[in-house]
Design a binder for this molecule. Sequence first.
Ligand code: C2E
Ligand code: MG
Ligand code: MG
Length: 760
Amino acid sequence: MSKNAAKERSYEKKQILFSTLIIIAIAVFVIVGSVFMYNVFTQVNSATNDYTYEVTANKAVYVDNLINDELGLAKNIASAFPDYRENSRDTLNSKLEQLSRNNEMLNIIIVEPDGTAISYRGEDINVSSREYFKSAMEGNTCFSQPIYSTPDQKMVNVIASPIYNNDEIIGVVACMREAGYYSDELNITINSDTHRAYGCIISSDGTIISSGAKVLPEGVQPDDDAKFFDSNIVLAAEESTRNTLIDDFSKSDVTNSFRASIDGNNYVVYYSDLKSDSDLHYAAIYNEDALLSNLSRYTNGVLRLFIIFLIIIAIITLLFFITIRVTVKKLKVSNERLSAIAYIDSVTGFNTYGRFEEIAKELLQRSYRRYCLVSFDIDRFKVINDMFGHAEGNRVLQVVAQTVNRSLLDRETFARVSSDNFFILLSYKDDTDTIDRIKKIISAVSYEFADYVPVLSFGIYKIVDRNMSIRRMGDCADVARHTVKYREKGSWAFYSNAMTEALREEKTIENEMQNALDTHEFALYLQPKFSLVGPARLTGAEALVRWIRKGSVIPPGKFIPLFEKNRFIIKLDYYILDQVCRRLKKWENEGIPPILISVNMSRVHLRDPGFVDKLSEICAAHGVSPSCIEIEITESAAYDSLDVLVDVFRQLKSYGFHISIDDFGSGYSSLNMLKDLPADVLKIDRVFLTETNNQRANDIIGYVIKMARSLGMETICEGIETDEQAQLLRSLGCDMAQGFFFAKPMPCEDFEKNILESKD
Ligand code: C2E
Ligand code: MG
Ligand code: MG
C-alpha cells in the first residue's frame, strides 16, 4: 500500500472516530442540557409556587389587619353612641357625618332595633331585613358582602357593630364602605403593573365580599380575570374541586390553591383564611400565563444561552468536518496522482508490480479459490528490441499485456514485473485447467502478431501457503520458468520440489564456491584445436574449467550458469586466465614453442569497464604476451549491447589479444553484426553439425565460412565428433576444428604429455 493511501485511510479512520465522538458529545450535551433545563424549569416553577404562596399569605395577613381595623373602627364608632337615643337628631347627624367623612365612609348610620336607620343624610330607610343588621343585633361585629345601597346607587360593604348600653344591645352602627374601597389594597402586583393578581375577600361559601377587580385605575377595563371571578369563586372552580374548596373555606388556618380554566384562560387561585373573621378568607387570582411568563423569562434566558452554545458547537463541528473533508479530498487527489504513477505501468498501462502485490495479497486473503502464481517472459526479448527498436519492443509488451488482460477471469490479476517478465495470479480448478488457460494465452498472443511471434515461457507455482510473500511465490514460478526457457515455442512448467532441490543444490554450490577457488578445486582442462587445411596440425587449445569436487569432476554446465547469476564467474574467469598464463610461462620456461590458448570470458564481464585492463594485468603479472591468448566471448553477448561488445573487442585488440566469437549460430546471431566486430576467429557452434546430411544446412555453414573469410576472420568448428563431419568442414573451407573426434578436453598434464609431446 502506498504511504499516501495509508495516510488517507488513517485520516478517514480518525474522521469517523472523531465524528462518533462529536455525535456522542452532542448527544450527551443535549441530554445533560435537557436534564438541566428540566431541573431549572421545575426549580423555578416550585420557587415561583413558593413565592406565590408566600406573597398570598402575606397579603392575607395584610388584609386580615385591614378587616380587623375596619371591625375595630366599627366597634369604636358603636361605642361612641351608647346613649344615641338621648341625643338630638342634629347632634347625631353632625356626629355621624363627621365620623363618616373622617373615615372615608360613604355613610354611617345608626340602626334602631326595629331596623329604622338614622342617617345624617336624611334618607328614610329600614334595614331590618339585612343580614349585617341581624348579625350585629346578635352581638357580632361583621363585614357584609357587597350589597346594593339604594340611596347611593352603589355597591357597598357594610361593617356593622352592635351599640351597647349596659350590656344591652340598643341598636347597630353600620358603616358603609364603597365596595371598591379596598380594591387596590387587595390586588397583588407581580413584577410590573402589567401583571397583577386580583385579590378578593370571600366568605365561607365562596361569595366575593370585596374584589380588587371592582375598582380599576381610570381607563382600565375589567378583564376576563376579574369578570369570571366576580360573584362566587367556587363557581369558577372545576366541579371536582368545589367540595374541597367549600370544606377548606369552612376551616381556619388553611392556605391552599386551586386551578380554574375559563374560556381557554388558566388561573391559579391561592386562598388563605382571615383570622379576624372566621367566615372570611382572602383569595388571589393569578393568571397562570402571567405567572409563567415570569418563569419563562428566566428559563428562556437559560434556554437561549443553551441554544447559542449548541449553535457554536455545531458551527465548530461543521468547520472541523469541512476542514477534514477538504484535507481528505486534497489527499485523495494527490494520492490518485501518486497512485497513477505508483500503480500504473507506464509501458503497458496496466498494474505495476507494487499494485499487483497489493491486489494479489488481498485476493489471497479474501477469496477461497485455488490460485497459482504464473511467471512468464518473452524469449530473447532483447533481440526484438535490438532488431526492431524499443518502440516495437514496447508495442509487443503492450499487446501481450492486453491479451493477458482479456484472458483474465474475475478476481484474477496480472502485472509486468520487469522488462519482459509478467506475473499472473491465476485461479484454477486443476492442472489441466491451468495448462488450458496458458495455451489460450499463447495462441491469443500468436494471433496478434503476423511477422514474428514472441515465444512465451511460463513457470507455474501452485500457491499452498497464502501467507508466503508474493515475491517468494514469484521466485518459485521463475525457477519453473527458467527450466523451459528457449524451447522455440511457448512452453510451461509447474514448479516442483525437484526444482527446490536444484535451488538447494545451487545454494550449496554458492556456499562452497569461494572455498573451492581458494583450495584450487577448479581445474584447468585443455581441448586441442587442429588445422583442417592440410594434415591435422595443432593450432591451439581451449581452456575449459572443471570442478573437482570430492573426487568427481563436475562439468561447467552445472555451475557456470549459477556463477553468471551471482557474478562469481568474474573471479573464476580471472583465475582460469591466471592458470593459463602460469601454464604458458611454464612451457616457455621448458622451451616448448608457444601455442595459442583460448580462454572463455563470460558476457557478465562486459558490464565491467575495467575488464580488459584486468586481463592484460594478469598476463603482465606472468610476463605472458596477450598475443598468446585468445579471448572467447559467446555471440549471445551481443544481445546485451552490441556497442559495448564492439568497444570491448577494440580494447582487446589494442592489447594484442586474439578474439574469437564463440558459439556462433547457437542463438539469433545476426551475420550483419560480424562486420562491426574486430574478431579474429568465428567459432561455429556444433548445432550446425546436427544436420550434416541436410544440404541446406551445409550450404549455410559454407556461406558463414565464406563470409567470415571475407571479413578477414578464420573459422573453427567445435563439436566435431566424426571423421565425416571433419571431412565436410574441410570441404567447406573451414580453417580449424575442435571436437571429441580429435580429442576431448583433458587435464593440463595429459595435454602436455599427449598433445604437446606428440606434436613434433
Ligand atoms: P564452449 O566454450 O563452447 O566450449 C566447448 C564445449 O563443447 C565444451 O564443453 C567442450 O567439452 C564441448 N565439446 C567439445 N568438443 C565436443 C564434441 O565433439 N562433442 C560434444 N558433445 N561436446 C564437445 P564444456 O567444457 O562442458 O563447457 C561448456 C561451456 O562452458 C563452454 O562452452 C563455455 O561456454 C563454458 N565454459 C567452460 N569453461 C569456462 C570458463 O573457464 N569460463 C567461462 N566463462 N565459461 C566456460
Ligand atoms: Mg568456448
Ligand atoms: Mg562454444
